[in-house]
Design a protein around this ligand. Sequence first.
Ligand code: 5GP
Ligand code: MN
Length: 329
Amino acid sequence: MIDQLVKGIRAKENIVLATHVRPDGDALGSLLGLATILEGLGKRVVRYLEEPAPGLYDFLPHLDLVETDLGRVLRFAEDCVDDIICITLDCGDFSRLGRSGPELKRIHPFWVIDHHQGNTGCGDLNWIEPQRSSTGEMVYDLAVGLGGDISKEAADCLYTAIVTDTGSFCYDSTTEHTFAVAGNLVACGAKPAVISQGLHDCSTFGRLQLMQQVLGTLKSFCKNQIGVIRVTQEMLESTGTTLEDCEGLINLPRSVKKVRVAAFLKEISGDSPGVSVSLRAKGDCDVAKVAAKFNGGGHRNAAGFKMSGTSLNQVHDTLLPVLEQALSA
Ligand code: 5GP
Ligand code: MN
C-alpha cells in the first residue's frame, strides 16, 4: 500500500490535506507533519481546516499556514486540473469532514489515510489500519517510504499526533513499532518535554473551576464500573470557558480503578443544539460499538457520538442501559 501511495505522490505536484472537524492532536499533528514533509519534497501543499485549530494546540509549528477558506481551496484545485491529490487524515468516516466533505470529495483522486475501526473507506484509495496507534504513526511510515527529510518541525507534529492518540503511550494500541517511530522522531529533533508541556501544562483557573463543577456531577453505576460526568452551557459561561476546555476531563472518571467505562455528556449550543458524548473504555469493553448504536464512531477504547435536539437527561437515560449491556458483552 505504501508503495502505491509513494508512487501516486511522486506523480503529482499539488496536494490538499484535510482532517476531521474539531481536530485533535493526531488530526492536526498528522496534517501539519505531512504537509511539511511534502513541501520538503517540492510539493505545493494546502493545509485545510474547516475552522481554525483549537487553542490547545497553538504550540504546533506552521499553524499560521492553515487555510480555512474552502472557496480558495476549490479554486486552487480547479487551477491544478489533474495535477492534484486530496488526502484526508484521521477521518473515521466521511461525515467527520463536516460541511466541506462533499466539496473536497470532488477533487480526484481523493485518498483516505486513517486508523479508525469501522472506517469503510470513502476514497479512491484507502489506507486504513485500525490496529495502528495513530494516523501520525502511519504518516511517519509514509514519510520513510517517500524518502524525504523529516525536519524538526515535522517530527514535533508527528510526535504530538502519536503522544496524544496513545494517551502518552498508555493505550492498548501502543506497540513496539509506536515506540520505534517515537524514538526516530526524537532523533529527528522532536522534543518530548516541550510537547508534553504544551499539551498538559496549559490550564487556566477558569478550566480548574470548570473541572470542579464537572466533577460535582460525577455519578457511578453498575457497582462503580461506569462513571458519568456532564457539562452544561451554564457551567461554561460561569467559568468563562468553552467546550475546548473540556478536553481531557473524561480521564477523571476513567482514572477510577474500578471504572471500565467512562462517559462525558456535553451540552451543545449554537446552530444545532443537543448533546455530544465522549466514551472511554478500559480492557475488553468496546465503546466503538456503543457509539455506533448512536450513529457515532471511534475506537474500542475511545469513541463518541452526537445527538441533536435532545437534553442531557434524555441522552443519559438512553445511554445508560446500552453501557450496562456493553459491560457484560
Ligand atoms: P473525543 O471523546 O476525544 O471527542 O473522541 C474520541 C474518539 O471518538 C475520536 O477519536 C473519534 O474517533 C470518535 N468520535 C467522537 N465524536 C464522534 C462523533 O460525533 N462521530 C463519530 N463518528 N466519531 C466520533
Ligand atoms: Mn487518530
